[in-house]
Design a protein around this ligand. Structure first.
Ligand SMILES: *Cc1c(COP(=O)(O)O)cnc(C)c1O
Length: 420
């Protein structure tokens, strides 16, 4: 902005000052809009990567506020009165939660992978991975690229659609440091497909003295299959029980906590990772640790299902959503807007379970006097912005991802969008 004003000055007198001023105002406003602010997610995608993934539980927020606003024992041992270790408690709690010997945390799951691959490929350099698992996860995160920056040599086995344990076995040599299995968290394959299971790969790795690491990505810590419409998502505990030496997953996907990369598994391996200088570079700050600690405690206390927003939202009974939709419809009657209550299909999103849908209730909207695209654009520019989906010439708002206390704000936003 400053540069543009300076350039305008250098050009001499501004011919149309009002237009120039309007343009500067428009740009300032545009910049202001890009500040972080809350929005109402009516897309039905519970863990939306563009919308900050998992909203945090109140307990996690309270912990951030308490720990963030004061001094804390982050690296201080109160019993000994001397320097202590960061994350001791959360590591113990996480290990318990994953039925693992040990656990630790870094900034995100990508960092966990970089750390593990880089740390364990310094002598032997190769990582075995199935061609069916050389995947891209969200923007700018590709497994092959992650392996490359970690200094590892990628050894692809099998084919895109089929990889057997025998494919891995044939590729094992003295150069191989680890077998990496990446969970397909954001896509499904169908047809003539097969892959080697963790149960087959673990003994193979053990026999040849190579590590077996499983990247679960979403890594649910609750039974996703208990929600009608969802299937079972592998848990870190299962992965370890199946023989993985280490397992990695994100804190802000199905777990429903803050952004974090969780690592669980064998004690010796976790301890070794923590001594790597990279670990220091990827370590978590106190705010993340406090939120993670509070989230992990909700699981350990059995309160996760009720208190963690993404789990609670996934479980909201369809009848509850329907009656909210009917109430909203009533609230909107008399406006130049056709409102119908429809049936939607919410998805867990970036968090996993790609093929699954949870039945939901929607508002299907057709404004009488405003073009649909313009209506949708006004909602995006509203305060708070409301994001829905346009489908079959209607604007569809899925109520599963709208917090009940936001219903009035949705009604107000719709009213405003019809007027402006
Ligand atoms: C999401 C995901 C990652 C990356 O996790 P971040 O926490 O976003 O860094 C890695 N692997 C898999 C399988 C994932 O699904």
């Amino acid at each position: 902005m400053r540069e543009e004003i300076a350039a305008a000055r250098a050009r001499g007198p501004v011919p149309d000052f009002a237009a120039f001023l309007a343009e500067v105002r428009r740009k300032v406003e545009h910049l202001r809009q890009s500040r972080l602010r809350p929005l109402i997610n009516a897309t039905g995608v519970l863990i939306h990567t563009n919308f900050g993934r998992a909203p945090l539980a109140n307990e996690a927020l309270a912990a951030i506020s308490t720990i963030g606003s004061q001094y804390s024992n982050l690296e201080f041992d109160l019993e000994q009165g001397e320097r202590g270790h960061r994350g001791t408690y959360v590591e113990e709690a996480l290990a318990a939660l994953c039925s693992a010997q040990a656990a630790t945390v870094v900034n995100n799951c990508a960092a966990a992978l970089v750390l593990i691959v880089s740390h364990f490929t310094r002598k032997r350099r190769q990582v075995l991975i199935s061609r069916g698992e050389l995947v891209q996860i969200g923007g700018g995160f590709r497994i092959p690229e992650i392996l490359e920056v970690s200094g590892a040599e990628l050894r692809e086995v099998g084919t895109t659609n089929r990889t057997s344990a025998e494919d891995y076995r044939r590729a094992i040599s003295r150069e191989v440091a680890l077998i990496l299995k990446v969970h397909r968290s954001n896509f499904v394959t169908d047809g003539f497909v097969s892959s080697a299971s963790a149960r087959e790969l673990a003994p193979l790795a053990k026999r040849h003295h190579v590590l077996f690491v499983e990247d679960l990505g979403a890594g649910a810590l609750w039974d996703t299959a208990s929600v009608p419409g969802l299937t079972h998502e592998p848990t870190p505990a299962e992965s370890l029980r199946n023989g993985a030496d280490l397992v990695t997953f994100s804190g802000d996907k199905l777990m429903g906590g803050p952004q974090a990369g969780l690592i669980a598994g064998r004690k010796k391996l976790v301890a070794s990772l923590k001594h790597d200088p990279l670990f220091r570079a990827l370590r978590c700050d106190k705010l993340l640790l406090s939120a993670l600690e509070a989230t992990v405690e909700l699981y350990l206390n059995g309160a996760a299902r009720a208190r963690i927003p993404v789990i609670a939202m996934a479980q909201t009974p369809i009848e509850v959503l329907r009656s909210r939709a009917e109430a909203l419809k009533l609230q909107l009657s008399g406006l130049p807007l056709r409102v119908e209550v429809g049936t939607g299909a919410s998805r867990m999103g970036g968090g996993g379970l790609p093929g699954c849908c949870i039945e939901s209730a929607t508002l299907e909207l057709v404004p009488a006097d405003v073009p649909l695209l313009e209506f949708s654009r006004r909602l995006l520019n509203g305060n708070p912005p409301v994001v829905g989906l346009i489908s079959r010439k209607r604007l569809v708002l899925d109520l599963r991802t709208v917090f009940p206390e936001q219903d009035d704000a949705v009604a107000a936003a719709l009213r405003a969008a019809l007027q402006s």
